[in-house]
Design a protein around this ligand. Structure first.
Ligand code: MG
Length: 262
């Protein structure tokens, strides 16, 4: 199933998206917490505004340096175990939403990432059991202020500023994520072209490792790291992150100095 969250101008609703990504069958409630029941209403994707398919209930757990070629391009050794940091849920925005670059951040980068959406309260999940706690997968852009990441020991500002974690366009619940193509383009030019098969730590290990440290809640999101090819993006440019089997997450980048309307 593909589950989206959308608005037609009223309160946000959830819906099931067809395979072509064109039609939405509206459902009642929030599928993370309630059974899926169709309302009978249908919409064209083109006629609605898609929203972030999940607002993390408590946290985004992100994994750093989880692709060897990316760790190498940044001049780092591979971590011995998954390297984790938190991103606040206020950093999340949706498909099409502008990523707003504050005036105090000078060097912004995109990071194409597979995002895991947790579906159940869990703790100490074994790698072989993680499929039972995963609700589905979506596409993320782990936008990073590289200058702040270098100058500050904690990555809270570098990674966690408002709008720096676009998610979408929807959650795919039935997917083998062991070998999916993951790409990123800026203004149509390919910058990243990798595969999830190159993760240092796979999804089962990452979820198990995170759950050993933190109780995971329904709607928590785990970002799984980015392949090689990260680089600068500036206000006025558009970024597209695509993952095979899920879809494409598109976001314009704007400067906070200019404002959203310019
Ligand atoms: Mg990242």
């Amino acid at each position: 199933m593909r589950i989206c969250r959308f608005t037609t101008g009223d309160d946000p609703a959830f819906g099931l998206v067809d395979g072509a990504g064109e039609k939405i069958a509206e459902i009642t409630g929030d599928p993370l917490y309630t059974r899926i029941e169709l309302t009978g209403q249908t919409h064209e994707v083109a006629d609605v505004r898609l929203l972030a398919p999940v607002i993390p209930r408590s946290k985004v757990v992100a994994i750093g340096r989880n692709y060897a070629d990316h760790a190498r391009e940044m001049g780092h050794e591979l971590p011995a175990e998954p390297m984790m940091f938190f991103i606040p849920n206020t950093s999340v925005c949706g498909p099409g939403d502008p990523v707003v670059i504050p005036s105090f951040a000078r060097e912004i980068s995109y990071e194409a990432e597979l995002a895991v959406v947790i579906g159940r309260v869990c703790k100490h999940v074994a790698p072989e059991d993680v499929h039972g706690v995963i609700f589905g997968y979506t596409v993320a852009n782990d936008v990073t202020a590289r200058d702040l990441q270098r100058s500050e020991n904690q990555w809270a500002r570098a990674k966690g500023m408002d709008t720096f974690t676009p998610l979408g366009p929807w959650i795919e619940t039935d997917l083998d994520v062991s070998d999916l193509r993951i790409t990123c383009t800026v203004d149509g030019e390919t910058r990243q072209d990798g595969t999830t098969a190159d993760m240092v730590f796979g999804v089962p290990e990452i979820v198990a490792h995170a759950s050993a440290a933190f109780t995971l809640l329904p709607g928590d999101v785990i970002l799984t790291g980015t392949p090689a090819g990260v680089g600068p993006i500036t206000a006025g440019q558009r970024c597209e992150v695509e993952i095979e089997g899920i879809g494409t997450l598109r976001n314009p980048f704007v400067s906070a100095d200019v404002g959203l309307d310019d």
